[in-house]
Design a protein. Structure first.
Length: 116
């Protein structure tokens, strides 16, 4: 299984970025997907979740109303649209695939830097 995240970069506060995560080696349409983020010295934290049919989405309180998770099962890709970015959103963002109750597979991450 491979999860390849992309779309990170440097953006000014208030700006937007869209992250993509292309999946291979799994039955993508059967897996819940998620985005997490991590800053140096801290644990990886949950950002957003989407179920296989995209009928249910959850967000952390810190991004609710600003970030939107979506997926295209025909392209085996999950997205994270990030709007109204703030410096505290600076982190490495990871996508993950869920099997049962566990986040089993992880991508390598993409760096998002938000300047003030």
């Amino acid at each position: 299984v491979q999860l390849q995240a992309s779309g990170g970069g440097l953006v000014q506060a208030g700006g937007s970025l869209r992250l993509s995560c292309a999946a291979s080696g799994l039955t993508f349409r059967s897996n819940a997907m998620g985005w997490f983020r991590q800053t140096p010295g801290e644990e990886r934290k949950f950002v957003a979740y989407i179920n296989p049919s995209a009928t249910r989405k959850n967000y952390s309180d810190s991004v609710k109303g600003r970030f939107t998770i979506s997926r295209d099962n025909a392209k085996n890709t999950v997205y994270l649209q990030m709007n109204s970015l703030m410096p505290e959103d600076t982190a490495v963002y990871f996508c993950a695939a869920k099997y049962g109750s566990n986040w089993t597979f992880w991508g390598k991450g993409t760096l998002v830097t938000v300047s003030s």
